[in-house]
Ligand binder design. Structure first.
Ligand SMILES: [Fe+2]
Length: 401
């Protein structure tokens, strides 16, 4: 297809999505701070929930991270059933098994307790169970008629911001190709950003998930669907992350830094709910799908390269970010400020142990990776479209020589 028609086609496709995404959306009632999970459990009781399905993973159950939450639910008269079958990048089977447990235990609500994978799985379990269907029936834009069962979330990592968004990503059982479920019904009714829950998170996960949050905030802001609300959430998240991620990485017991990162992650989620993401995610999703590179780690490696490619088109917005984050003065040129922002991202990556390259990318996969990243990137409201040679150079720059 000629480039002009291709661009027109992409714009038309994005406009259809924009009609749903950019409408004002509900927001989760959000509790923050030490032991805020207790407030959430009280609220679940006040909603009149009799029995909640807790969607989580085995390690969190075995570590006892759930224990206080279970006690607080009981204290507030809410019975529970645990489904701990969530694995990273949950498949449709993971969701369908959760629906079966929910129906068997006759739960009337869902509580996500975990990282992005558990929250995404819980969202689709709540939506599919209410609509008496299975995970694959939910994939796409607003595929279900009925609202989800009451949904609550306790994020245990600070990165995905999934507790704030209307999107869940579920993988195909066989191909592991990722499918997005997009529905305002996926936004939880209430959430708790409790730093105590995140205290034990290993440093490398703190680093990777924190960079995922930074990527959300930056990609949402420099994209073309940025709105006044996006500006507030993105700018707040970026400053919180620059100021607190190195401390949360080095000293995981610092509850102030953990709380700041949890809030930044939530703001990043709110930002992408209306403004979506861009080429960083387009590339990193495919590194994740092909080689299992953790999402936040891939984003962290790709982010400075994409900023470098967007620095002319998005110069004003990147300069705004640099000034807001205290990296420079408004009197400086956009070119100088964008370079300072890119340098700051590289410096942050180095401070938290993010590698510059990876040895997992195989030469014979480069073409497919580039094709897939360009295809996915075309569905996002990016500042501009990348040319094939630019995307290929980006992928090659991630490869260990
Ligand atoms: Fe992400």
């Amino acid at each position: 297809m000629p480039a002009f028609y291709q661009e027109w086609f992409y714009k038309a496709k994005r406009s259809l999505t924009a009609m749903v995404i950019t409408k004002p959306q509900p927001k989760a009632l959000t509790f923050t701070g030490v032991d805020s999970v207790k407030d959430l459990c009280r609220t679940i009781g006040q909603f009149g929930i009799a029995k909640v399905l807790i969607v989580t993973d085995k390690p969190l159950v075995e570590l006892g991270t759930l224990d206080t939450t279970l006690a607080w639910l009981t204290e507030h008269g809410v019975a529970h059933e645990i489904y701990d079958g969530v694995l990273p990048d949950p498949t449709q089977s993971v969701v369908d098994n959760g629906i079966a447990v929910l129906q068997q235990a006759q739960c009337d609500a869902v509580l996500a307790f975990g990282g992005g994978s558990s929250i995404d799985a819980a969202k689709v379990i709540a939506l599919a169970a209410a609509n008496d269907c299975q995970a694959e029936d939910c994939i796409g834009l607003k595929q279900c008629k009925l609202p989800a069962l009451p949904l609550f979330a306790v994020p245990t990592t600070a990165g995905t911001g999934s507790e704030a968004t209307m999107i869940a990503v579920i993988s195909d059982n066989e191909t592991h190709e990722k499918g997005g479920v997009i529905d305002p019904a996926l936004i939880p009714r209430a959430t708790a950003l409790d730093p105590v829950i995140m205290k034990g998170l290993p440093a490398h996960i703190t680093a990777a998930t924190g960079m995922d949050a930074l990527t959300h905030a930056i990609e949402a802001y420099i994209g073309v669907w940025e709105m006044p609300e996006t500006r507030y959430y993105s700018m707040s998240a970026i400053k919180l992350i620059f100021d607190n991620l190195p401390e949360a990485y080095v000293n995981g017991d610092n509850l102030e830094a953990r709380e700041a990162m949890a809030l930044a992650s939530h703001y990043g989620g709110l930002a992408i709910t209306s403004a979506l993401v861009g080429y960083v995610h387009a590339v990193s999703h495919n590194l994740g799908a092909k080689y299992g590179v953790p999402h936040g780690l891939a984003n962290a490696m790709v982010l400075p390269h994409v900023l470098d490619l967007m620095k002319d088109t998005a110069a004003k917005k990147m300069a705004d970010i640099a000034v807001h984050a205290g990296l420079g003065e408004p009197s400086e040129t956009h070119a100088a400020l964008t370079e300072k922002l890119i340098a700051k991202v590289r410096e942050l990556n180095a401070a938290i142990g993010i590698p510059v390259t990876t040895d997992v990318i195989r030469e014979e996969d480069v073409k497919d990776l580039v094709d897939a990243a360009l295809k996915e990137g075309s569905s996002y409201p990016t500042p501009r479209y990348l040319e094939r040679r630019e995307c290929e150079a980006l992928v090659r720059s991630l490869m260990t020589a």
